[in-house]
Design a protein around this ligand. Structure first.
Ligand SMILES: NC(=O)c1ccc[n+]([C@@H]2O[C@H](COP(=O)([O-])OP(=O)(O)OC[C@H]3O[C@@H](n4cnc5c(N)ncnc54)[C@H](OP(=O)(O)O)[C@@H]3O)[C@@H](O)[C@H]2O)c1
Length: 348
């Protein structure tokens, strides 16, 4: 129930909000009615039959989870954990529609607009908010003893959650290597995905169990390696999409629509990935550069300059890397390698 101001302390006069509230109360009007014996938790009113300041799971049971951020990751994790039998007790999202969607997908979760409210409700708090928002959000939350907080960022370490710590609390990270583009697809993709976990031994054990429960594979990264690990992930997901976009742009020049490009070149990409898995990356390299075909490279550069100049830098950067790979494999002689490098240098 909303706390009313003390009438003795409230300012006099009808113009102030406190005075207006007092007047309404004096007339017996409750703006936020909650029946006796009940109280409000975010979007829900229910019986005052549990202890505060926070709840506890039964011994040997997984902790009660609260998720801050009903975005792509927060919602998919909430659904997946709930399906796995872990209790997702609450969600905090500033957006009422996102909160409701989360609650419709994760039965039993209470909805809050404020992340601070979760501290009274759960034992393990998952911050699934944009990387830049994590330190500020953690700075505004102070955990109770026995609670733990993790984030799902691949770019940041667990130490950014330090400001939320108090005696007897722990912080960590749980970064699933999944492209969270769609809730249903992401929930399915969590099965078999790799999850990088961070935290003290006790929390890391719990997070490893959480990953196992999702059917994912937990890994602990060597200290200081998270940024490189994440940059590689960004190349594999966003970088690959950028490559597909460039492929589709060239496909359009050749008269193909996007579906056509995905059909034709997607198959080639899958075959290349299968080759790399079977033979290793260097031996999977095929194409004009492995043959030292300088004329073909020059014709491509000319076409790109004329019809898809945006794609030129990407093509040239990939070609540079291919030359190095071909040299390393011993299939490209120094002379054509140097000629190709000269052609590329003229373009950039
Ligand atoms: N997307 C991926 O594929 C992926 C994969 C692995 C890890 N991650 C990591 O997971 C985290 C969340 O990413 P996401 O893709 O789920 O982001 P998202 O879809 O943009 O969702 C972010 C959520 O955080 C809330 N939020 C935004 N700014 C906030 C702020 N300043 N304070 C409090 N809450 C704020 C949002 O707003 P409301 O409060 O309005 O709901 C939204 O619910 C990031 O750390 C990201 O690096 C993402």
């Amino acid at each position: 129930m909303r706390a009313w101001p003390d009438p003795d302390e409230a300012a006099e006069g009808p113009a102030t909000p406190d005075a207006t509230l007092r007047e309404l109360r004096d007339r017996g009007i409750d703006l936020d009615p909650v029946p006796a014996g009940q109280h409000r938790h975010g979007d829900e009113v229910h019986a005052s039959d549990h202890a505060h300041p926070h709840v506890h799971s039964a011994p040997d049971e997984p902790p009660i989870i609260g998720i801050v951020g009903a975005g792509a990751v927060g919602t998919a994790l909430g659904v997946a954990l709930s399906h796995a039998g872990w209790t997702v007790g609450a969600v905090a999202s500033r957006d009422a529609a996102r909160r409701e969607r989360f609650r419709s997908l994760v039965p039993g979760a209470r909805g809050f607009a404020e992340a601070t409210a979760l501290l009274d409700e759960v034992e393990l708090i998952i911050l699934a908010v944009p990387d830049d928002a994590i330190p500020r959000l953690a700075g505004g939350l102070r955990m109770y003893s026995g609670q733990a907080m993790i984030h799902t960022s691949g770019a940041l370490g667990a130490e950014v959650l330090g400001p939320a710590m108090a005696a007897g609390t722990q912080v960590g990270a749980f970064h699933p290597l999944v492209a969270f583009a769609d809730t249903e697809l992401a929930v399915a993709a969590l099965h078999g995905a790799t999850v990088a976990i961070e935290g003290d031994d006790q929390l890391a054990d719990l997070l490893a169990r959480m990953a196992d429960a999702l059917g994912a594979h937990p890994v602990r990264l060597a200290p200081g390696s998270k940024s490189a690990y994440h940059a590689a992930a960004v190349l594999a997901a966003g970088g690959f999409v950028a490559l597909l976009d460039a492929i589709a742009e060239l496909g359009r020049v050749a008269g193909l629509d996007e579906a056509g490009s995905l059909q034709i070149y997607g198959r080639l990409a899958e075959q290349t990935l299968a080759n790399a898995r079977a033979l290793g990356i260097a031996r999977a390299l095929t194409g004009p550069i492995t043959r030292g075909d300088v004329g073909t490279l020059e014709r491509h550069l000319e076409t790109l300059r004329a019809h898809a100049p945006d794609v030129l830098p990407l093509y040239a950067a990939a070609a540079e890397r291919e030359i190095r790979l071909a040299e390393g494999r011993g299939v490209l002689a120094p002379e054509p390698a140097a000629a190709m490098r000269r052609s590329l240098a003229r373009q950039v």
